[in-house]
Every structure is written in C-alpha cells, then in structure tokens.
Design a protein around this ligand. Sequence first.
Ligand code: RIB
Length: 290
Amino acid sequence: MVNITVVGSSSIDLVVTAATRPKAGETIIGNDFQTVPGGKGANQAVAAARLGANVSMIGRVGKDTFGEKIVSNLQDKGVSVDYVEPVTDVASGTAHITLAEEDNSIIVVKGANDYVTPDYIKKSIDKLKQADIVLIQQEIPEETVEFVLESCHSFEVPVLLNPAPAREVSKKVIDNATYLTPNEHEFAIMFGDDNRSEVLQRYPNRLLITEGKNGVRYFDGDKEVVIPSFEVTPVDTTGAGDTFNASFALAIAEGKSIADAIRFANKAASISITKFGAQGGMPTREEMER
Ligand code: RIB
C-alpha cells in the first residue's frame, strides 16, 4: 500500500442546481440545493483512499458543524485526520457552487484553510518525509505551497502541485515540483504568452496539461503526447480534476509509467463525473477494474 500525504483545503460545498446561471443583477429559480464534502485537498485525499492508498491529510477546519462534518467524512473514507486541527473563531472553508448548463462555477471562501501555514506544517513534517508522494493545491496560503515544495525537494520526496485555483507561481515553485498539473486556464496564468509546446519541452514528463474532454497533454522527452479521456455522460464535473490528480499520484507511487498513470487517472476522473458531488463518484479500485 502506498503512503500519500495531502496538504490542502477541506471545505463544505454548497451546491445549487439550476437550468441556467443568473446574470449580474438577475434572480432566477433553482432546482435543488445540497451540502456535500469538498475542498480540493480533502477531495484528493478521499479519491486516493478510495483507490486503496494509505492517506494522511494535513489541513484545518473551523470549530463549527461544517468542521465536524468535514472531519467525520474524512474518517469515514479512511483518511487519517491526525493533522486536521480546528481553528477557533474562524469558519470552515466553503465552496459556493452553481451547477448549470453541464458545468460548474465555484466561489471558494477559504476560512480555516488560510490557517494551513508553514508553521502548522512544521508540526507534521514527518508526514511529508514518510510519504511516497505528496499532493498539494492552491486553496491554502502561497507561502505554505512554497514551503512544502521546498521541503519535499530537500527530502527527495516526490510532490505533485495541482495549481488550482489559478495564480501566478514562482520559478522556484515550478522547479521544486516533481509534477505540475494545470488545466488550460491555469497554464495560461502560470506561463503567460509563452508557446505551449516550448513550455512543455522545458518540463518533460513533469508538466501535464489537463484539457478536460480532450485528455491530458505532456512532452515525453521525445514528442508531445495527448492521452485521451474516456467518453461518459457527465452528471457533475466537480472534483474530476481532484480525482485525476489523486489517481495519477497513486499510480506513479505504485510504479506505473507516466502514460499508464495518466490513462488510469483519466479513467478514474471519467467515472467520477457520472455521479453528483465532488466526492460522490470517486471510484474504488474494484469499480476501476470492472
Ligand atoms: O475541485 C473541486 C472543489 O473545488 C470543490 O469540491 C470545491 O470545494 C472547490 O474547492
């Protein structure tokens, strides 16, 4: 069993389903409202655990009912929460999601996730050292991402940075990441107007651009490759990226090649979007085999 440590956000998703998205100043009637567990970090932790990894989450929640729900959900899914501590007087993170027109739009309020600081990480540094691979995203402070990447680099522990949501990142962060998995929008923010093929060639077998339905693009040291995704009828695309990242990391830690790990992760992500909720469709290993 591989050991995966996830450093990142955990939130409650407040999900409204509607036929269309309201324009500015407009009020429309929606169809449904649900609260489900989310947050990119927690989603990735759950996705990896469902596929059979031994997962530790490093994160923070508020001392509120959402925080209790986040922690109990992680525990139920088999994720270790020894390093998910509550913050007093700060609300748990929330994501305000609209599902409409076959896609989602999301506003994240970070809340307690902003307290995943470098000092907080120092308390759990052994969890980074002991991991076969570390996963991190960008719903926590920038200096924490920098600190974790630098630490993993010095411990020679592979680390995957899922640069979502998009923000500019330093060259040092890019250099310290073993794998980077921007979508096309995040890629454009990270690399500006630089030519895509040239950028891919700078980071062979490390930079994977996730292109949704199109698949995943990377440079294999010799040529640019696109590994196609699987065709499914989507119910809810929320969490597909998280499922991809966790499954890719797990497959790499299990010794698969980059191409095979992407195929495995594409499959898991495709299955994940056939059910409602960021974590609702994340497959188990048995479901993947079936
Ligand atoms: O990646 C999907 C996640 O992004 C949602 O679960 C939501 O919490 C937002 O953070």
